[in-house]
Every structure is written in C-alpha cells, then in structure tokens.
Design a binder for this molecule. Structure first.
Ligand SMILES: NC(=O)c1ccc[n+]([C@@H]2O[C@H](COP(=O)([O-])OP(=O)(O)OC[C@H]3O[C@@H](n4cnc5c(N)ncnc54)[C@H](O)[C@@H]3O)[C@@H](O)[C@H]2O)c1
Length: 304
C-alpha cells in the first residue's frame, strides 16, 4: 500500500526531527522543509525526503504540499531574545511564513495543519496553572508572533475551511536538543556548560519556574492531533507536563557549580493546565522531568 504523504516544516530542528522520526516509525512518507538556518541535516531521518527551502517563499511550498494529507508546521525562529533584537526578521518567518504555509496547504487540499504554538503567548500571568481561556499577553515579539500564528490558523479554519489545530508547547526538552549557540535554551545550555566543566549560568535568583515537557510527549500530541477526527477547527490547547520546576532545581539535577547572572525579561512562572488536551485528544504526558534529564545526562556522558 502507498504510504500517506505528510510534510514537516522545520523538520531539521530539535522538535521537528523527533517528529519526523515518530512519523516514519508510524509508516508515513515524510517530506521535510527546512532552510537549515538552525536545523541540521544530520538530524533528519535517512528515510525522509528533504527539501532545503524557505517558508518565506510561497511558490516553493506549493509543489511540496501537493498530495500531502497533513502538514506539521514547526519552522520558526523560536528564540525570545533573538526576536527582541530582530523583530522584523522574526515576524517574516514566524508570521508571514506561517501564513504562507496555511495558504499553500489550503491550495494543495491538505486535510489538516498542526501548528506548533507556544506557551509564550501567555506572557507573565499571575494565575497558575495557565488555561487556554485566559487572555494572551505576550511580552516578546516571539510570543506575539506565535500567537498571531494561532489566530491565522483559526481564521484559515473558519474562512477557508482548512482544518487546523494549535498546540501550545511548554519548554520542550529531550534528545536532539541544540546545546550550542548564543540563544541555546536552559536545558541544552546547562548540559553544555556542565560537560565543559564550566559553572551553570542561572539568570536571576533561579526561583523562576518552568513547565518542562518531554519531546516524545510533544511528538505524540502532534500525531494524535493530526489523526483525531474530533479536532481541526482552530482549537488551541496546552501541551505541557502540568508540573513545574525551578531553574535552581534544573541546575541541581544537572549538577556542578552554579553562577547567577543578571535577570532578563521573562515570565516568572509557567505551568500548563493540560486537561483540554486530555479531553480532546486523550493525550497525557508520559515522560517525567527527572527521567528526561537523566536520559539527557547519559547522552551527554555526564556521570554524576
Ligand atoms: N523548544 C521549545 O521549548 C518550544 C516551545 C514552544 C513552542 N515551540 C515551537 O516549536 C517549533 C520547533 O521549535 P524547536 O525548538 O524545534 O526549534 P528549532 O530552531 O530547533 O527548529 C526550527 C527549525 O525551523 C527551521 N527554520 C527557521 N526558519 C526557517 C525558514 N524561514 N524556512 C524554513 N525553515 C526554517 C530551522 O532551520 C530549524 O530547523 C517552533 O515553531 C517553536 O516556536 C518550541
């Protein structure tokens, strides 16, 4: 039997490459679109069909999406600090690029687009846990851009009849995360510093908390969202573990000396109410923070 064609934008990235692996395991024919600005070719599964293309070029997307059943849209410039420094460039990729993906998917007759949204849409909120019915209050260009992406998805469902669903991830971690570069996220950065024998740099007093979600749980949510008949009308749902941990806890688990550096503008806490994803998709997180970090320490060959 012919395999079902799907497209993963950003499939050379951290989450996209894990998703590509998961989809190939399930028997899908996976086409990856990535311009490799942050992605790495070697992360892409050998059985995936790779298109080195930019989501800012609408024409390129049309051809690739022809005949695809699902599009998983992950390509983005996803760093908060980078977006503060480059609001226009990040808008072109995160907003215009998303609109291009939706337009091309609609015109190609794609059955559903699953959009990688972000908990950064919530910004700094005083009430925890974060629920989807709270007003968005982004505090960075990135947070706003990802939120606009959700609104475009909903609009495409309502006005153009393209089924979409938005998954708001909370700090994702796990195998293939990128520990390098000036904008590395805390888990990757801490692992690299520990590996290099340098002190772990914690911003502020480290009491800020994050809901850390394992990438395998995020992959499962994507596949459920695509395959489920009950979603596709622009629904927005949290994909978070429902537990949070301080940055100090994270540093302690990774081990080694710690150095506190200047705080930055960021939400003090994040914590997902994940009951909607459970209700709509039957999704529940399966990988604990402790097990996920222990697995990463093994991958990074950190023995204590
Ligand atoms: N990592 C997290 O904790 C997290 C949390 C919430 C939401 N998200 C969202 O999940 C998605 C994936 O994030 P990630 O952590 O894997 O990031 P990543 O940077 O590892 O992956 C993004 C990929 O998109 C590609 N890309 C960037 N601009 C492109 C363009 N113009 N055309 C084509 N490809 C382009 C990059 O090369 C990269 O491979 C993003 O949409 C991000 O906003 C991530």
């Amino acid at each position: 039997m012919d395999r079902i064609k799907v497209v993963v934008t950003g499939g050379a990235g951290f989450i996209g490459s894990n998703l590509t692996d998961g989809l190939i395991e399930k028997g899908y024919e996976v086409h990856v679109i990535d311009n490799l600005v942050a992605g790495k070719k070697e992360r892409i599964h050998a059985d995936a069909i790779f298109h080195e293309k930019d989501i800012r070029n609408l024409e390129d997307l049309h051809v690739i999406m022809e005949g695809a059943k699902y599009v998983f849209h992950l390509a983005a410039l996803p760093r908060v600090q980078f977006s503060i420094e480059h609001p226009v460039l990040t808008n072109e990729v995160n907003v215009v690029g998303t609109l291009n993906v939706l337009k091309a998917a609609h015109e190609a007759g794609v059955k559903k687009v699953v959009y990688s949204a972000s908990s950064s849409a919530y910004g700094d909120q005083s009430i925890m846990p974060l629920r989807e019915d709270m007003s968005a209050h982004p505090i960075s260009p990135y947070g706003l851009q990802k939120y606009i992406g959700e609104l475009y998805c909903k609009l495409y469902s309502e006005v153009y009849g393209l089924p979409t669903v938005s998954l708001r991830y909370f700090n994702v971690f796990g195998p293939k995360l990128d520990p390098d570069g000036a904008y590395a996220l805390a888990v990757g950065l801490f692992l690299r510093l520990r590996k290099e024998g340098k002190p772990i740099t914690v911003t502020g007093d480290g009491t800020q908390t994050r809901d850390m979600t394992h990438v395998r749980d995020v992959v499962r949510a994507n596949i459920l969202a695509a395959e489920s008949d009950t979603v596709g009308q622009g629904e927005v749902m949290n994909i978070g573990s429902g537990k949070n941990h301080t940055i100090n806890d994270l540093a302690a688990l990774i081990g080694g000396p710690v150095e506190h550096i200047a705080p930055r503008l960021e939400p003090h806490d994040t914590l997902a109410d994940n009951s909607l994803a459970k209700k709509l998709l039957g999704w529940e997180p399966q990988v604990s923070f402790e097990d996920g970090i222990a697995e990463l320490k093994k991958i990074f060959e950190i023995n204590s």
